[in-house]
Design a protein around this ligand. Structure first.
Ligand code: PMP
Ligand code: GLU
Length: 395
């Protein structure tokens, strides 16, 4: 049949994290014993106090359309959270609540970017950034990094990548997929470069802020010269094990928040009423309530790094946050294992799926073609078994 779809959708790649997760689910349903380390999704249940807030909201008849930018008391609670956790002062009219941080990010891309604008993406970057930039008809400009710099960009790299067309840069710390965390000094050094280019905006995606094993999280908007051109993105998916509830939010200059509200008002309207009420309980709760999850993630990280270090050809950084490891497996490129020629990271990831029954995500999806991503948001037993399978199939 003739392809009648728009050029826009024909050009859009599928999300490779979601595609790999779907493939793993499909194989499992067909009876294959697959261990999925593909999706970045906490395996904990949403904490009870959040569930109770949602049940109460249903009983209290929260069932109508919500304000497009979110309930006022939720936006107030988010302001409280920004001040408490990030020392950021936002007014509720600078907050927009959306259906996941994914929508928050897409809103910002759609309201800020014009065709031809260049957008800097320090690589590795989360899969959907590049797709969102392309959807907005802007031009993604990748800034490559490697294990040597802990997958972080330097001020010189930033400066070299800037052109008169640069409009926006995506920062993500703790980073998905590398787990790298920028220090305050590193943020300030990058901000020094950006200070020279007042027309460049910054998206600071801090969705993994609490999943941190070393140091403290720093927010780009805390730097005075950056506050008026930074959009701070966050959400409850990761920190509160609420991926399916779909709540994300931004703190931004008022005019950007207003534009995002206008855009969202034509596309999806306000986010789900019950999930918004539950999010009030989540963001107001002391961070100590989710510490047990972070402690467990740290144990798993150490376990995974230990086990991977016993496999030939796996080189990696020590991730200080999020729940991914991102080994460089280029050692295997050009090699033939079990009659399969491995030419690149996608081949390697598919080889692991086929021959070890372990689902990972190719680094190509994150702009880093020498690596694969493993999510350790799953039980210690499954992690041990998965890495044993990988080791066995490679040796
Ligand atoms: N940013 C990053 C870096 C992510 O890994 C994800 C994946 N969950 C998101 C944003 C989007 O999160 P959500 O839409 O679930 O809030
Ligand atoms: N952010 C998670 C991941 O990177 C969830 C999947 C997605 O939304 O792309 O695996």
């Amino acid at each position: 049949m003739k392809n009648l779809l728009s050029n826009r959708i024909n050009r859009l790649p599928v999300s490779q994290t979601l595609a790999m997760a779907a493939k793993a689910r499909e194989l499992k349903a067909a009876g294959k014993d697959i261990i999925s380390l593909s999706l970045g999704e906490p395996d904990f249940n949403t904490p009870d106090f959040i569930k109770e807030a949602a049940i109460k909201a249903i009983k209290d008849n929260y069932n109508s359309y919500t304000p497009v930018n979110g309930y006022l008391d939720l936006r107030e609670a988010i302001c409280y959270k920004f001040k408490r956790d990030n020392q950021l002062e936002y007014h509720p009219n600078q907050i927009v609540v959306s259906t996941g941080a994914k929508q928050s990010l897409a809103n910002v891309a759609m309201v800020l970017l014009n065709p031809g604008d260049e957008v800097l993406l320090p690589a590795p970057f989360w899969v959907s950034y590049e797709a969102m930039v392309n959807l907005a008809e802007a031009v993604p400009v990748t800034i490559p990094t490697s294990i040597k710099t802990d997958f972080k960009i330097t001020p010189k790299q930033l400066e070299d990548a800037i052109t008169p067309k640069t409009k926006l840069i995506f920062f993500n710390s703790p980073n998905n997929p590398s787990g790298s965390v920028y220090t305050e000094e590193e943020y300030r050094a990058l901000a020094k470069v950006l200070e020279k280019y007042p027309n460049i905006f910054v998206i600071s995606d801090e969705i993994y802020e609490h999943i941190l094993y070393k140091g403290t999280n720093f927010s780009f908007a805390r730097i005075k010269s950056m506050y008026n051109r930074t959009i701070t993105v966050n959400g409850v998916s990761k920190s509160f094990a609420m991926t399916g509830w779909r709540i994300g939010y931004i703190g931004a200059p008022k005019w950007i928040a207003k534009a995002c509200t206008k855009f969202q008002g034509q596309i999806t309207s306000g986010a789900n009423c019950i999930a918004q009420r539950a999010t009030i309980a989540a963001v107001k709760s002391p961070v100590s309530k989710i510490k047990f999850m972070v402690d467990e993630f740290k144990i798993r990280r150490d376990l995974v790094l230990n086990l991977l270090s016993e496999i030939d050809g796996f080189k990696f950084n020590i991730p200080d946050g999020a729940f991914y490891v991102f080994p460089d497996i280029s050692y295997y490129f050009g090699k033939t294992i079990k009659e399969v020629k491995i030419n690149n990271a996608t081949d390697f990831s598919l080889f692991l799926l086929e021959h070890a029954n372990v689902a990972t995500v190719t680094g190509d999806a994150f702009g880093q073609p020498n690596c694969i991503r493993l999510s350790y948001a799953t039980s210690q037993d499954l992690l041990k078994e998965a890495i044993k399978r990988i080791k066995d199939v490679l040796s």
